[in-house]
Design a protein around this ligand. Sequence first.
Ligand code: HEM
Length: 340
Amino acid sequence: MAFSLQESKLPMLPFSVLIIISILGRSLHASDPPLTLDHYAPTCPSVFEIVKKEMECEVRSDPRNAALIVRLHFHDCFVQGCDGSVLLDDTITLQGEKKASASINSLGGFQIIDRIKSKIESECPGIVSCADILTIAARDAVLLVGGPYWDVPVGRKDSKTASLELAESNIPRADESLLSIITKFLYQGLSVTDLVALSGAHTIGSARCASFRARIYRDFETTSDRSPASETHLSSLKSRCPASGGGDNNISAMDYVTPNLFDNSFYHLLLKGDGLLNSDQELYSSMLGLETKNLVVKYAHDPVAFFQRFSYSMVKMGNITNPHSFVNGEIRTDCRFVNA
Ligand code: HEM
């Protein structure tokens, strides 16, 4: 009895800490950003059309491009808010975020944003921020691989700074505990429901062996239902990702059933215990994750609820603001560099 009491008290401490972090986080990004759907209507009415056309070409040429752009937007928003800071290259005077451990050898899609930006600059020079381009492109990316549509509020400014330090601390890693990842989301003003819905982005795209080696040689077999399909899948993962090291950059789809389709199959994989990333499987399998588990079950059984919540949560993530950028930000001419 004493043991069970103690057990029930244990999660209380982190929970109260989580609430405080949540409140603090919200106050950091509190006020609704002055973003609107028609911000560019008078100055660059064709912006949505241009992004859409370019993204159609990019995703047609390689569906992986959709995943790259969605992830890039996530990494942008979690560091100083969605302000294009992730796009900045290192220079003598500025240290960018591209060398952060969660991003190096892994983030991509920068050239896609460059190409869209240069099209937009030739049509409406100096008007549209790189942060907005990335946000719109992420919506189009999802839509082009079968995901939901949502309206994208715009009017973001681009930062004149980046933060490698914040990129290291704010962006969740695959080997992090569920509690720690929840804390990082709460800090950004995003809830546990946002976390589970947004993780559904892993229904597209790939991970490198370095990101899932520990998972496939440790507890994959414990969580997996060990169906013939799972067993075959696990041995193919192991052949591409040797235990002894090497092959760190070999990639595997996170949703091996429908890798290029934005659907809810990711959640079905978690129910089977076949999630590729440890952090994803924890949403369903962690003893501390009753709420996350229920949400995984819900989105596995109700694709409409998943699409609705994913859209809502993407807008919420896209609205994480950098209050500093609104005052001191700019419209970059080249997304990789602060204006001279
Ligand atoms: C919840 C915490 C999250 C963790 C721990 C996480 C971690 C990761 C990792 C480790 C990879 C593979 C990177 C590599 O091996 O190169 C990845 C890929 C990806 N992530 Fe996440 N992620 C999280 C949330 C998100 C969110 C919120 C989104 C977007 C809404 C997202 C979108 C993606 C996409 C689309 C890919 C595939 C990229 C590609 O194909 O290159 N992730 N993530």
